[in-house]
Design a protein around this ligand. Structure first.
Ligand SMILES: Nc1ncnc2c1ncn2[C@@H]1O[C@H](COP(=O)(O)OP(=O)(O)OP(=O)(O)O)[C@@H](O)[C@H]1O
Length: 360
């Protein structure tokens, strides 16, 4: 299984690993829990590309949904998607702000039809949660959005441009997309500094001491200090998730253009105690453009999507929710509407009841 041409880690997805500055790096340094990262690598290693990063300034007239004084709740109805979904009317939202759109996406694995026509838009400035029962395809749709999996049918548009298949050179689309894996996916044999700065060590011309400074600054942004020389095995689960978050938000500060970035988090608080979950939820918020990070600097992430089962994460870290069930978006609405919705499937999921449309 090759790691020579491309590797996938928790951030910025794919990048060449031919020019290792990090001598300690090798694929086997990934712990066994990162199997699916390796699986992806195998699937996409034939791709040749130098970087998925591309630059395009955010729309000049961009304002987050809340910024115009109109409650986001008023903009999105309590629509039920899929067969019963009322999609958000285009005239209610400016489509020039759409960063990622999934349109009628289908995906099967063997005989199993997992996604059966999923459609939604992620706009600049949004904080969106994807929820739904286990095995309903939440991680699958994240991977499709990230360009690590191709839909069997339907389309993914990135800043209005149709993505063909997987990530590839011709679709540099004006958007960086980072995927933060549930496992944190740190390289066991590399220090925290090397893990966080991995992309820059491997993919930029920045001198090592400059990278070290940027790493320290980025770690501070997620509330970590004096951990640069530690190995992942010397960190708690919550710290590992913070390191993974730092790795996903680091960027080449020598570039002129700030690249809009969408982060896709796959169950970022799974396995954490309630307080550690709150810390991670607040960090996810803090790196978003509408907030300030841990050291008071403006967040850089344009939009993010969180797949989660945790109610605290739904309440604390996202503004809008897409509810996926049996391969379709069956409900979407704002977070406050989720807790008050009378839609049976939402009530069942919110209460954890065994009675309702979801059968186990
Ligand atoms: N590469 C793959 N090959 C075969 N089946 C797959 C693959 N990836 C996902 N699946 C299957 O697709 C279904 C959906 O998986 P997915 O991980 O997207 O669900 P999920 O909603 O994120 O689940 P959970 O909440 O339990 O994490 C599952 O039945 C899973 O086993």
């Amino acid at each position: 299984m090759g790691f020579s041409s491309l590797s996938c880690i928790s951030s910025n997805l794919c990048f060449p690993t031919n020019s290792h500055r990090l001598k300690g790096f090798n694929a086997s340094s990934l712990s066994s829990s990162y199997g699916f990262v390796l699986e992806f690598d195998e699937k996409i290693q034939s791709l040749k590309k130098t970087s998925i990063c591309a630059c395009m300034a955010p729309p000049r007239d961009f304002r987050p949904p809340e910024a115009d004084g109109v409650s986001p709740t008023k903009k999105f109805n309590d629509g039920v998607a899929g067969e019963n979904v009322r999609s958000v009317s285009d005239h209610m939202m400016d489509d020039s702000n759409v960063l990622i759109e999934c349109r009628d996406v289908h995906k099967s694995f063997g005989e199993k039809d997992i996604l059966k026509g999923v459609s939604f838009k992620i706009r600049h400035g949004e904080a969106v949660g994807i929820i739904g029962p286990s095995g309903t395809g939440k991680s699958t749709i994240l991977k499709i959005m990230a360009g690590l999996l191709a839909p069997d049918k339907g389309e993914v548009y990135v800043r209005g441009k149709l993505r063909h298949g997987l990530i590839s050179d011709e679709e540099l689309s004006g958007l960086r997309i980072g995927l933060v894996f549930q496992s944190a996916a740190l390289f066991d044999s590399l220090t925290v500094r090397e893990n966080v700065g991995f992309l820059l060590y491997e993919n930029s011309k920045m001198p090592d001491d400059h990278i070290a400074d940027v790493v320290t600054e980025t770690l501070a942004a997620v509330g970590l200090k004096d951990v640069e020389n530690r190995l992942p095995s010397e960190l708690s689960g919550g710290m590992k998730k913070r390191v993974a978050l730092a790795r996903s938000i680091i960027f080449d500060s020598t570039k002129d253009t700030i690249e809009p970035e969408v982060l896709l988090y796959d169950e970022p608080t799974a396995g954490l105690d309630p307080i550690a979950s709150t810390v991670v939820e607040d960090l996810i918020r803090s790196v978003h453009i509408s907030n300030d990070d841990e050291v008071g600097k403006p967040g850089k992430i344009s939009s993010y999507v969180v797949v989660t089962h945790q109610h605290s994460t739904i309440r604390r870290a996202v503004d809008r929710i897409l509810f996926l069930h049996e391969g379709k978006v069956v409900w979407q609405g704002m977070t406050d509407e989720f807790s008050t919705s009378t839609t049976p499937i939402v009530r069942q999921f919110a209460s954890g009841s065994l009675d309702g449309p979801i059968k186990y």
